[in-house]
Ligand binder design. Structure first.
Ligand code: GLN
Length: 536
């Protein structure tokens, strides 16, 4: 263990969804503002190797990193808050831990020993936790443990935390996030669930240093003292986490509660620098005081669970704030769009985004929506499958190729305008086998996209198996849809535009993964601007 690295563990109790990811990201932001290099890691207790094979209805969006890791959506928050990229090392699942240990067993690396949860699984977990610390890139590693204390599946993680606390007492710290519910009938905040949750942690040998208490009402001093007394922590280490109207206010709330100061004191690190958070506050001021408002339709098939489109929604918040404009999202279920209702569905919208996705469900609706916005000059932004649908729509309705489709849906399609990539044809394993991660894209001058980026070569993240079929490119371009971004090595089409339309851009890559508070994404900025223009 590098002696300069400090490890902060964040556990959760009482219930899930208390916002461990946002608390971790907010603390990291405050420490970063003080000049520390910080990263955040998420340990997920499920047995999938990664969330790449999970349906978005399970845990929401799958976030993709530069190095092509398919990860938990909390990593998106980490990047949006810290403005520092994460990687595969920032997300570890039980499946990956076990797979590694079992591969080692097959290679005979355990020299005939019985392989057990302790020490073999816990050793692997501890190693994964320390990978980021050992890189010397980070002074502080925050590790968020998924799930809730008391769950069977998170036990090996908590045990690894216990061991690390014992092995490196000066370098580790545990923050436990709990709920302090308000009982309306009694008119009181209740501390019992927090007491019980800390008891569960103590049963497995972990004494938390700091308690972050999620609450709907302010915690007064008496409540703080009571929690402190029952849970063996200082009253100053009882931190209130009151419900906020936006996740982006949480760092400031944590700053008011002095979470960063308590953490640094406990880790014996100087409370250097200040947490002025100038840029952050400037962003919040804009977010709080929009001068205009636009309405964007988000067409997708997983919209019952809004977390499926987390990064897109956050990108709109960033781009909206920078344009001093509130972006209201109208959620449109692609399954429900018909030729009869498409006009009414899109009426009154200032722009339409067609979302990424997989499989045939909802495709017809996406294509109908695209035809409508194309023919009616409404700003359009298509991402991945959204871009592919735009290509299919153009082929069918402008080029007159009624049989045009993607081979993802019609394998023996006679006009495969979207086609499986050559190197994907023989891939049978589903996990981690798509075109994943960051690739270069060269932009054509004088186009919407190059105007948005003001750069010649960009890097964007991918997650797909199918591509624009270059065999048809000439005919598309001769008829008004042009490729405005291409991979410089392979010539693969990454961006399409219709120059005669006010703003029609389809991107094969996922810009939403790269938008952060301090660096809103240029394409979202440009799309919001175009929607604002359209409104005028
Ligand atoms: N299903 C499409 C493909 O695999 C698009 C994927 C996506 O939208 N992320 O190419």
């Amino acid at each position: 263990m590098s002696n300069s690295t400090k490890y902060i563990f964040v556990t959760g109790g009482v219930t899930s969804s208390l916002g461990k990811g946002i608390i971790s990201a907010s603390l990291a932001k405050l420490l970063q503002a003080r000049g520390y290099t910080v990263t955040i890691q998420k340990l997920d207790p499920y047995i999938n190797i990664d969330p790449g094979t999970l349906n978005p209805y399970e845990h929401g969006e799958c976030f993709v990193t530069n190095d092509g890791a398919e990860t938990d959506l909390d990593l998106g928050h980490y990047e949006r808050f810290l403005n520092v990229p994460t990687s595969q090392a920032n997300n570890v699942t039980t499946g990956r831990i076990y797979q590694t240990v079992m591969d080692k067993e097959r290679r005979g690396e355990f020299l005939g020993k019985t392989v057990q949860v302790i020490p073999h699984i816990t050793n692997e977990i501890k190693e994964r936790i320390q990978i980021l610390g050992k890189s010397d890139e980070f002074e502080i590693v925050i590790t968020e443990i998924g799930g809730t204390v008391g769950d069977i599946e998170s036990l090996p993680y908590i045990e690894s935390v216990r061991q690390m606390m014992w092995e490196y007492p000066d370098d580790c710290l545990v923050i436990h996030l709990t709920l302090v519910p308000y009982l309306k009938a009694a008119g009181e905040l209740k501390t019992k669930p927090t007491q019980h949750s800390v008891k569960s942690l103590l049963e497995v040998g972990v004494q938390p240093d700091i308690l972050v208490c999620r609450t709907e009402h302010h915690l007064d001093n008496n409540i703080r003292k009571k929690i402190a007394r029952f849970c063996n922590v200082n009253p100053t280490a009882v931190i209130e986490s009151i419900d906020a109207d936006t996740i982006y206010r949480v760092p400031l709330l944590m700053q008011e509660e002095e979470l960063d100061k308590v953490v640094l004191q406990k880790l014996d690190l100087p409370a250097k620098g200040d947490t002025e958070l100038k840029e952050w506050k400037a962003f919040l001021t804009k977010l709080d005081n929009p001068k205009s408002k636009i309405k964007i339709g988000l067409v997708g098939k997983y919209i019952e669970l809004k977390d499926s489109y987390k990064s897109i929604v956050e990108s709109f918040i960033h781009a909206g704030a920078y344009n001093e404009c509130e972006v209201e999202i109208k959620w449109i279920h692609s399954d429900k769009i018909t030729p009869e209702n498409v006009k009414d569905t899109i009426a009154g919208l200032d722009g339409v985004l067609v979302a990424p996705g997989f499989g045939s469900r909802g495709i017809k609706g996406k294509i109908l929506a695209i035809q409508y916005v194309r023919e009616n000059n409404i700003p359009f932004f298509g991402i991945c499958l959204g871009m592919q649908c735009a290509v299919i729509e153009y082929a069918r309705n402008v080029l007159g190729w009624k049989d045009a489709h993607t081979t993802e849906i019609v394998e023996d399609c006679t006009r495969p305008v979207i086609n499986i990539m050559e190197d994907q044809k023989n891939v049978t394993n589903k996990g981690g086998t798509m075109r994943l991660g960051s690739y270069k894209c060269k932009l054509l001058d004088g186009t919407k996209i190059s105007e948005a980026y003001n750069e010649e070569v960009i890097n964007e993240r991918h997650r797909h198996r199918f591509e624009f079929n270059n065999a048809y490119l000439e005919e598309f371009e001769a008829n008004g849809m042009i490729a405005t971004g291409k991979n410089p090595e392979s010539g693969l089409v990454e961006v399409v535009e219709i120059p005669s339309h006010p703003w029609f851009v389809g991107a094969q890559f996922h810009p939403e993964y790269k938008s952060t508070v301090e660096k809103p994404h240029p394409l979202f900025l440009a799309f919001v601007k175009a929607a604002l223009e359209n409104k005028k």
